[in-house]
Design a protein around this ligand. Structure first.
Ligand code: FMN
Length: 353
């Protein structure tokens, strides 16, 4: 028995696993290239990637420089294999960042945190797969109607991100109190893609994300008709992940009750690990914000209690008590730090068990 391959547009990889993009430096070329070399699709996240530069004065420029550098580095490492780039619709200069990523050699542009309504226009004439992230069949329909009506183009795939995912979530706080099952959401989305297969003659692959941690969960998703899965939390605890060792060890130590939903300063709910920083913020403390760059469109630096990019980069660099540690719900399953090929082997054993 072997993995079924994952086909997205002209891309085909032997393992149906996409590594979820993780912003503010968690998935850079190190993790992304290791995942692509292991047979999946590795993804670099663009959010505030410029903070990797030394002495950032102009984040927009630094974002473009580091994004280009990381994509080129990953592409060099993986040869013919694909590299995806996650660019949230909510980042400032979204359009420019998509263009920079394509220019640097991205094979897929993966965009959530908003609906990427104009993505086909931005990428027009370029050989790149366009993959929106959605949290419901309804959101997928909105994109499909717009892309088909305006551009006669369909997404090359959808990533369906359920409520157990890490980082910012596409669900309202009250929805998260009684979260819908991602497999139920998958059923609804597959119904929509089937309708569009009949209408437009192309079956859009659906990739499931959010709380997919074990190989048997991958099997369930594929048996239901998904083309693959996207996983992030499990790839954080790998040697190749670009976060600090203490960030990964914090994942290993995490228990179920350490995982909480916070209201991010940019308004969306987000999943994170309880620590000193979160306790302080929930007591109403604030951290003065001196924001020279406004990296996310919904952020108002005058009003937020702390700078989310600063909090995330602190944790990524290893100050896990004073920074913000995003995670997926299944973080309590992480039991050690492995190499990416070891994770692929474990997943395969679980898949075939
Ligand atoms: C630390 C962390 C950072 C993340 N950052 C981003 C991001 O920048 N953009 C994005 O679209 N999704 C982001 N995500 C979501 C993942 O890409 C992924 O879809 C989701 O976490 C999958 O669920 P899992 O973690 O249970 O595997 C992040 C997730 C984590 C854990």
């Amino acid at each position: 028995m072997s993995w079924p391959s994952l086909v997205i547009g002209e891309i085909e990889v032997e393992t149906p696993i996409i590594q979820g993009g993780m912003g503010v430096g968690i998935s850079l070329s190190g993790l992304a290239s290791a995942v692509s070399l292991a047979g999946g699709i590795g993804v670099i996240a663009a959010a505030a990637i410029g903070l990797e530069a030394q002495d950032v004065v102009d984040l927009e420029r630094a974002d473009e420089e580091i994004l280009t550098k990381e994509i080129k580095k990953a592409k060099e490492a993986v040869g013919d294999r694909p590299i995806g780039v996650n660019i949230m619709v909510a980042v400032t200069k979204y359009e420019e960042k998509v263009k920079v990523a394509i220019e640097a050699g991205a094979d897929l542009i993966i965009s959530g945190a908003g609906l990427p309504m104009t993505l086909p226009e931005i990428a027009e004439g370029k050989n790149v797969c366009l993959v929106p992230i959605v949290s419901s069949a309804r959101a997928a329909e909105v994109i499909l109607k717009r892309w088909w009506g305006k551009y006669r183009r369909l997404p090359d795939a959808f990533i369906l991100e359920g409520p157990l995912a890490g980082g910012h979530l596409g669900f309202k706080e009250d929805e998260l109190e009684n979260p819908p099952d991602v497999f139920k959401l998958l059923e609804e989305l597959l119904h929509v893609t089937e309708k569009w297969r009949i209408k437009a003659g192309y079956k859009i692959p659906v990739v499931v994300a959010g709380g997919i941690y074990r190989g048997w969960e991958i099997k369930k998703a594929l048996d239901m008709g998904a083309a693959g899965v996207q996983m992030a939390t499990r790839f954080v605890a790998t040697q190749e992940c670009d976060a600090a060792r203490s960030f990964k060890e914090f994942y290993v130590k995490a228990e179920k009750e350490d995982v909480i939903i916070i209201k991010s300063p940019v308004g969306m709910p987000a999943r994170a690990l309880r620590n000193k920083f979160i306790e302080k913020m929930s007591r109403g403390e604030t951290v003065p914000v001196r924001c020279p760059y406004n990296c996310l469109k919904p952020c108002n630096p005058q009003k937020v209690p702390y700078c989310i990019a600063e909090a995330l980069i602190k944790a990524k660099r290893g100050d896990i008590e004073n920074g913000l540690v995003f995670c997926g719900e299944k973080v309590y399953e992480v039991d050690g730090i492995y190499t990416v090929p070891q994770v692929f082997d474990q997943l395969f054993q679980e898949y075939t068990s």
